[in-house]
Unconditional design. Structure first.
Length: 104
């Protein structure tokens, strides 16, 4: 439903993923009840927005057990600022936005 189009953000999230971010944030969602609820709410909202697909954020199937794509979670958080898990992923990006547009 949502994706990152900013090359700077894509690269920043890719660095988090390459450093084991998918596994780390999957564990965090399992270990922290607040983050787990946030993730489930985001999956539910994704299914509500696209009921014909019956998948969660990043294409996650029910009971998948782990996150699939931090890029999708970051994009979902930008569109839905109340998404705590995605917001925490975004908080790792330093700086989140470049000083100048990187597409110019």
């Amino acid at each position: 439903m949502y994706w990152l189009t900013c090359p700077h953000l894509v690269a920043a999230v890719s660095r988090v993923e390459a450093a084991g971010g998918v596994e780390r944030w999957s564990r965090a969602a399992d270990d922290d009840a607040e983050l787990g609820r946030s993730l489930e709410h985001a999956h539910d909202e994704q299914r509500r927005l696209r009921p014909e697909l019956d998948i969660g954020v990043g294409g996650a199937r029910r009971g998948a057990g782990s996150l699939k794509c931090l890029h999708a979670h970051a994009a979902f958080a930008l569109a839905h600022p109340s998404y705590e898990l995605g917001g925490r992923i975004l908080a790792e990006l330093e700086p989140m936005w470049p000083d100048v547009c990187c597409t110019e």
